[in-house]
Design a protein around this ligand. Structure first.
Ligand code: MG
Length: 374
């Protein structure tokens, strides 16, 4: 089956994704000329995905192809609603600096990204998509996987959790059964059904759990009560128990619990880390929050230099974005890199998960390929 037939079977024929250059004869860019293609990809979710913030059946992400000297770097950015981003805005942002990108020297990726960060406020998904495409290009040009470019050992890649979104007890039990190959689960809580959710999980498995409240608890005494109860349920840590803005309250909560607290919504990027030191034990870093691999590396290093635990997370996205994050995962204590596994029509494949362990591709750059036909 050729790619066009596969796209047709996958229901992607006729979408923007199917019309990327190189798919049609005569459309490929000549070597040495720079080319930039942007496309919005609709990723269908295996299950309706519910957290305290939203509920959805699909997600749109921005895909980007940057070609120079006959080499194409792939990038992806998954816009985060909480930061008022969407795929159309991300695409528009990239298009607004098209000429600058076409003229840029990808070898100067640090300089290019610094200029983009100075020029554009917010729009972290767009920045991430550009950063990923540049890093993929550089890795491919050098013939080395990204982890090697950063001096990391792929054998140090941690286990990833598999996330269970908020659902009815019966659906939660079903999702936990489906997550059988994963040794650690991440459970979304933050509503008044938390005890019911954990009870449903515990009726099916004794695996270690990590819990994400997504800013759901707004009363500090209630947060302490819930966290101390979660400790009795085999939970390892709690992510973002209270709203990001409630830093004082979170500091108080931390003094009254044993479980580590990890900042997610409270930790946008490296600049946010220093003021989190007393309130949280660690930070969850995501490419789409901070704006790419380089910004994620900075954030992880600031957190580590302040003695904090580190975690890499991701948004619902294709294997392009999740694989990019996975290349940095040998650096972190915890990984929650399952965003591609929640997608039914991932157009790409890259990082694999074997019994929960992240297995990094050893191909050059991100090491991501178009998904093989089913
Ligand atoms: Mg989170």
């Amino acid at each position: 089956m050729n790619r066009r037939d596969w796209l047709k079977q996958a229901g992607l024929a006729g979408t923007a994704l199917a019309l990327l250059p190189g798919d049609l004869p005569g459309e490929a860019s000549p070597p040495s000329r720079a080319d930039l293609q942007t496309a919005i990809t609709r990723l269908k979710l295996r299950h309706t995905w519910t957290t305290t913030m939203s509920s959805s059946q699909f997600r749109d992400t921005l895909h980007l192809r940057f070609t120079r000297d006959g080499i194409t770097g792939l990038g992806e950015g998954a816009p985060i609603v909480r930061y008022h981003e969407d795929a159309a805005g991300a695409r528009q942002t990239v298009e607004s600096i098209r000429e600058m990108l076409l003229a840029a020297d990808p070898w100067q990726f640090q300089k290019v990204m610094a200029e983009i960060f100075r020029k554009i406020e917010g729009q972290f998904a767009a920045k991430a998509a550009i950063d990923l495409a540049l890093m993929d290009w550089v890795g491919k040009k050098l013939g080395v996987p990204l982890y090697r470019l950063f001096g990391l050992d792929p054998n140090d890649a941690p286990l990833t959790t598999f996330s269970i979104g908020i659902d009815t007890p019966e659906a939660t039990r079903q999702k936990v059964r489906e997550a059988e190959p994963f040794p650690i689960l991440k459970i979304k809580v933050g509503l008044d059904t938390d005890e019911e959710t954990i009870a449903a999980v515990r009726s099916v498995t004794r695996k270690p759990l990590r819990v994400d409240a997504n800013e759901g608890w707004t009363n500090k005494e209630e947060a302490v009560r819930k966290i101390n109860w979660l400790e009795t349920q085999g939970v390892e840590f709690v992510e973002q128990p209270m709203p990001a803005a409630m830093l004082e309250e979170t500091r108080w909560v931390r003094k009254h619990v044993h479980l580590p607290l990890i900042a997610d919504e409270a930790c946008l990027n490296a600049a946010a880390v220093p003021r989190l030191v007393d309130a949280y034990d660690g930070v969850n870093v995501k490419l789409d929050k901070c704006g790419g691999v380089l910004a994620a590396l900075r954030t992880l290093q600031v957190a580590q230099s302040l003695g904090m635990k580190t975690m890499l997370g991701c948004m619902v996205s294709s294997s392009v974005s999740v694989t990019a994050a996975a290349h940095l995962s040998p650096l972190v204590d915890y990984a929650d890199l399952d965003g591609n596994l929640l997608v039914a029509n991932d157009p790409f494949s890259g990082v694999q998960v074997h019994q929960g362990k992240l297995v990094l591709p050893n191909r050059p750059g991100l090491g991501v390929e178009a998904s093989p036909p089913e």
